[in-house]
Write a protein that binds this ligand. Structure first.
Ligand SMILES: [Fe+2]
Length: 297
């Protein structure tokens, strides 16, 4: 190794060491990381106290991470990295729009099997009714039969059942099976957007940047069947500005469902006041059907 003469000599000296990495992918990643990291430090002319602050922030984020909370995942979302990785790796490797999205922190394994067309209301949940109709197709547009589909979402006050004592276990969660038409129909209530946790490092950043902590209302979907890449999706149903200012940058065009407000009596459930219909068409890519590790039990 050469003796480093001055500031300009640092980057080439480090890159020379990175170039000796045997594993080609690790070599590529580390070379690029050092190149961009050094360029970043130069560009912002990072001060010594800012550098010390940065290392303290990373330490704190590690301490804030546990079995029920992952501060790094939250930060990745808040900086748009999670969506970028998703879009680069899906939709024909970023070439086309994709209905693939982020899993989020609240998917549970073994959602209760629910009859197609049935309700996922498992305890009284006040709020306007939502009638969902999701169509699942392959890349040629043909409906996919025999697809196992998990649906889950937050309540009309923005809480998932695992966060809310007043909701029954598995409320607003169900597992459905598609028929020959590739369609899943379900009855629920309309979710609203909710804030991400704000009592940790991400919250401090949001406050410093005067950003709100809200995610737009959405319905989560996880669809899998052998032969297809497992589809993880968030279908957005929001009518507010959060759709264009999602704190996690999760909303893409292909993820916005068609939400319609109705005031006429519902064709089967009669006079239920204001209700909503939600339709969305989701495309699965060929690939490996693999279930993610559930973030919660
Ligand atoms: Fe969510």
């Amino acid at each position: 190794m050469t003796i480093i003469a001055d500031e300009a000599a640092v980057t080439p000296a480090v890159l020379k060491v990175m170039a000796q990495t045997t594993d080609p992918r690790l070599r590529e990643i580390m070379t690029s990381l050092v190149t961009h990291l050094h360029a970043f430090v130069r560009e912002v002319r990072l001060t010594e106290s800012e550098f010390q602050q940065a290392t303290r922030i990373l330490n704190t984020m590690g301490q804030q991470t546990n079995d029920r909370h992952n501060e790094f995942v939250l930060m990745s979302g808040s900086l748009g990295v999670s969506t970028l990785v998703c879009l680069l790796n899906n939709g024909d490797h970023g070439a086309t729009e994709t209905t693939q999205s982020l899993l989020g922190p609240f998917w549970r394994m073994n959602h209760p099997l629910t009859e197609n067309g049935g309700s996922i209301l498992r305890s009284p949940t006040p709020g306007p009714r939502l009638y969902g109709c999701f169509t699942f197709v392959d890349q040629q547009g043909a409906p996919i039969e025999g697809l196992e589909v998990d649906i889950w979402h937050a309540s009309p006050v923005g809480l998932y059942e695992n966060q809310d004592e007043s909701q029954a276990d598995y409320n607003l969660r169900g597992k459905f099976l598609t028929g020959p038409d590739g369609v899943v129909r379900f009855t629920s209530v309309k979710p609203i957007g909710y804030p991400i946790p704000t009592d940790t490092t991400v919250g401090t950043l949001l406050k410093a940047q005067e950003r709100h902590p809200y995610r737009p209302a959405h319905v989560h979907v996880l669809a899998h069947k052998p032969g297809f890449k497992t589809l993880i999706n968030q279908t957005y149903v929001d009518e507010t500005d959060y759709r264009t200012s999602d704190v996690q940058f999760g909303v893409t065009k292909a993820l916005i469902g068609t939400l319609e407000k109705h005031t006429e009596p519902h064709p089967t459930d009669g006079d239920i006041g204001e209700w909503f219909s939600l339709t969305h068409r989701l495309t699965l890519e060929p690939g490996e059907s693999r279930l993610p590790i559930p973030p919660i039990k």
